[in-house]
Design a protein around this ligand. Structure first.
Ligand SMILES: [Zn+2]
Length: 423
């Protein structure tokens, strides 16, 4: 592959140590949920890193539903007293300062049929999280319809999963559905705390207060974009994208691992002769409304979409076992969205040539950012390690991240991009 004369600034070797520093820096900003302080810091950070690589930085500015969690707790009041740390479900309503008090009742998975034999009226409903599910509008609605005052979801992990009150649908207009007959507060709890409360309730009545102090508001966020101009067909583009926001978590693997990949590519790719342009994008608000940032990109750049030859999405690549090239994602309301066979094949081939392992896989509950591009008719693919146990939890911290995984992905993506950029 053609290489320009080596410049001191750019270099040609990826650096796992350097990539890991970026992961640590980004994860130190706290939650990067769209519109939070951490999100703003990450916009500045990515802009600075792209500029440092000598690239011009541009933005897509849009609004996203933001969510600030000040406090969420369960105060057990009967038969004993205990304070239990919980997390609010994203977009939960807040309670009064006194909270909502009620008897606890267990509703299994909180499906409609789970209420046949229990009385939830005026009570706080506890339920177990369905595996690999992350949106719980339906469950909360089932509880509300049966008269519950609030809900507590118990995770299957000994750490707290940050669930969302969204519907989990691809259709953006149906992501936020109302909770009938009235919205009720919703929180999530660890498996251990959940077990403790359920054991108590087998012995008799258990009473607790749910306190949720949160703020739901519309906030501004951005897609941060940097372009490496092509030398022959500059108007045609290859996009490499990674989302910058988090699900109210530190987001070391999800998705500082992808952002570190972008930063390393920004440093290395300008050293190569590229016929087509390469755009690197740190996408905002992926964790909301089924990839809101990419949805907005496709809307704002509607007339340029046909010039995009390929999109490679890097999302969660440094925790877990096998690296997967995702061939399809399944949505409850949309069905299957298929990624590009051509890009997928290239990714696997380039991994193979480099001596890395990558295989095809699917996502059974959604797509990441690439889904919005596929829906808009742009060929796209997604690199993902699906088995991160710390997904969407406060445990998604840099110590779990394998820096060498990021380096491998950088090399695979670089070689694939160079091929795709050839006119
Ligand atoms: Zn992600």
């Amino acid at each position: 592959m053609p290489l320009k004369e080596k410049t001191e600034k750019a270099g040609t070797e990826f650096d796992a140590k350097r990539a890991f520093e970026h992961v640590k820096n980004l994860a130190s900003f706290g939650s990067r949920l769209a519109g939070t302080e951490g999100d703003t810091k990450s916009i500045k950070y990515m802009s600075e890193q792209f500029a440092k690589a000598g690239l011009k930085v541009e933005y897509d500015v849009f609004n996203a539903p933001s969510f600030i969690e000040k406090e969420a707790k369960v105060l057990l009041s009967y038969p004993s007293k205990k304070e239990i740390k919980v997390r609010a479900m994203l977009y939960s309503v807040q309670t009064s300062r006194e909270g909502v008090k009620g008897e606890l009742v267990y509703a299994n998975l909180c499906r409609k049929e789970d209420f046949a034999k229990i009385n939830a009226k005026g009570k706080i409903v506890m339920f177990s999280r369905t595996r690999d599910k992350d949106a719980f509008w339906e469950e909360v609605t089932n509880a509300a319809k049966n008269g519950a005052k609030g809900v507590i979801m118990v995770d299957y992990n000994p750490w707290i999963f940050t669930a969302t009150m969204e519907s989990g649908y691809f259709n953006i207009q149906k992501r936020f559905l109302s909770v009938e007959p009235n919205p009720i507060p919703a929180v999530t709890m660890t498996s251990n705390d959940g077990q403790f409360l359920l054991e108590q309730s087998t012995k008799g009545k258990v009473e607790a207060t749910l306190i949720v102090d949160v703020k739901n508001e519309e906030k501004e966020t951005k897609n941060v974009r940097a372009t490496i101009e092509g030398e022959k067909k500059a108007d045609e583009k290859i996009l490499v994208i990674a989302h910058r926001d988090t699900a109210n978590t530190p987001g070391a693997n999800d998705n500082a691992s992808g952002l570190a990949t972008l930063i390393e590519l920004a440093r290395i790719l300008p050293n190569y002769h590229l016929d087509r342009s390469v755009e690197l994008m740190a996408v905002g608000a992926e964790e909301e409304l089924g990839s809101l940032g990419s949805y907005n990109y496709c809307k704002m750049h509607k007339n340029e979409l046909e010039k995009i030859r390929a999109v490679i999405n890097v999302d969660m690549v440094a925790v877990g076992s096998k690296l997967k090239v995702i061939t399809e994602g399944l949505w409850p309301d949309k069905g299957k969205l298929e990624t590009s066979k051509e890009i997928n094949k290239l990714l696997v081939e380039e991994a193979d040539k480099l001596g890395y392992f990558a295989e095809y896989g699917i996502c059974s509950f959604a797509t990441s950012d690439e889904g919005r591009f596929i829906d808009a008719g742009v060929p796209a693919s997604w690199l993902w390690k699906p088995d991160d146990p710390y997904y969407h939890s406060m445990e998604d911290t840099p110590d779990k991240v394998n820096p060498n995984d990021i380096k491998a992905v950088c090399e695979i993506v670089k070689n694939t991009v160079i091929k795709l950029a050839k006119a």
